[in-house]
Design a protein around this ligand. Structure first.
Ligand code: AMP
Ligand code: GLY
Length: 423
């Protein structure tokens, strides 16, 4: 099968790495890809949101399956674009329809969906005026959680300790701090607990669960400083006991898929459940309509099944007969980022692997090839994944590998997984 993969980050290198070993994938193209995906297939100079360009490429190259990595093309309706175009409707595309993608594209949509299907989540109000928000904030205890309704590149959530600060932050958001995305704001009760991520692949009726993961969002060690796209991840997550898994599946995953089905929402792709464990009870913090980054960099290395087996079963409505097989060892990824990230960061520095660690997987994120050199090309530059018998061993190996990669201004966290040591 000829496959086109959309996206160009660490997640997409993990997809491409899996597909490169997959007997069901005869030829792989990645748009736009990065210096790492170029080793797994052919990079195409096309943006993942250039729908007409993608159409042209798919038709010219007789692509049979399109896999959508990032959320933006999904929220913009790439799946509907394929289904509504007579020339493209026979091409399999992995991802939800625009309506399904609203689980991520609109926090208000997601909250209402959860309310309709009795899925545990923080109490909330959806507001478009500061007055209404100020009234609701009075019913909550600090800290206060404010979320831009729409996509804001992972930056749209603010957490404030003080009522007056929260009201003024709300005003700034509604005034367009995140453009149209924050003209509507979801205000939430703050949930206190430890977060983890769960992934399901669904055809909108049945589902299969992938290994869970925990990511590390803050730039600084000890989980301090600004939020990032993710500085590292581990899988499995030691505190996710069989008992907690049962609750996650019964109260969250199953009702979510049943809700999609009951509402006739076309959803053939991944659902990412951002969860929080509050004293043994799981709640949904957020949904995403795609795999996580850097969670994919630990989840896929643990997955024994080939992706084409999963996707072909999904498309045939036979996901329920697939047996998921997982490597039991712990995988940990450490993200190497550019100086300045998550603010303005350096770009265009040469990256070299001066000491390659046997057994570690070097997944490129923000990189590109120029004249035979690999140059940094994004805030998150490279994710290095290693296996170990424990979180500490797996992280230690990735940190060791990270030492052997050089580029100007390299930074990474050495404390990924440290908080899991007590479990
Ligand atoms: P999101 O972009 O929705 O993942 O939110 C970013 C981060 O904000 C989450 O990973 C949580 O750490 C935090 N957060 C979001 N909602 C809540 C909440 N209701 N209670 C506590 N923390 C939250
Ligand atoms: N690592 C969080 C995300 O992919 O959104």
């Amino acid at each position: 099968m000829k496959i086109l993969l959309l996206g160009g980050g660490g997640r997409e290198h993990a997809f491409a790495w899996k597909l490169a070993q997959d007997p069901g994938c005869s030829q792989l193209f990645i748009a736009p890809g990065n210096a790492g995906t170029a080793e797994c297939g052919a990079n195409i100079a096309l943006s993942a949101t250039d729908f007409p360009g993608i159409k042209n490429f798919v038709l010219t190259n007789a692509i049979q399956m399109v896999i959508v990595g990032p959320e933006e093309p999904l929220v913009r309706g790439i799946v509907d674009f394929f289904q509504n175009d007579p020339e493209l409707s026979a091409v399999d595309i992995i991802g939800p329809s625009a309506t399904g993608a609203q689980l991520e594209g609109s926090k208000a949509f997601a909250k209402k969906f959860m309310a309709r299907h009795d899925i545990p989540t923080a109490r909330y109000a959806e507001v478009t005026t500061t007055e209404a928000g100020a009234d609701f904030l009075k019913t909550l205890k600090p800290p206060y959680v404010l979320k831009a309704d729409g996509l804001a590149a992972g930056k749209g959530v603010l957490i404030l300790d003080d009522y007056n600060e929260a009201v003024s932050a709300l005003q700034t958001m509604l005034d367009g701090q995140f453009g149209e995305a924050s003209r509507r704001v979801v205000i939430e009760e703050f949930l206190s607990g430890i977060e983890f991520s769960v992934f399901a692949l669904t055809d909108g009726k049945t589902y299969r669960i992938l290994p869970e993961a925990k990511d590390y969002k803050r730039i600084g060690e000890g989980d301090t400083g600004l939020n990032t796209g993710g500085m590292g991840a581990v899988s499995p997550v030691p505190f996710v006991t069989p008992e907690l898994w049962q609750k996650v599946e019964n109260r969250i995953i199953r009702p979510t898929v049943a809700g999609l089905s009951a509402e006739n929402i076309d959803y053939k792709g991944f659902v990412f459940f951002g969860l929080i464990n509050v004293e043994g009870e799981p709640y949904v913090i957020e949904y995403n309509c795609r795999m996580g980054d850097p969670e994919t960099e630990v989840v896929f290395p643990r997955l024994k099944n080939h992706l084409t087996e999963l996707f072909n079963s999904l498309m045939a409505g036979r996901l329920d007969v697939v047996r998921m097989e997982t490597i039991p060892e712990t995988a940990a990824t450490v993200m190497l980022v550019a100086d300045g990230y998550p603010g303005d960061y350096r770009k265009g520095d040469e990256l070299r692997i001066v000491m390659r660690r046997e057994g570690s997987l070097y997944l490129h994120a923000g990189t590109r090839n120029t004249d035979g050199k690999v140059l940094t090309n994004g805030g998150r530059v490279m994710a290095i994944t290693s296996f170990g018998q424990s979180v500490a061993e797996a992280v230690g190996r990735s940190v060791e590998a990270a030492e052997g990669v050089v580029f100007e201004g390299k930074y990474f966290r050495r404390d990924i997984g440290k908080d899991l040591e007590g479990f």
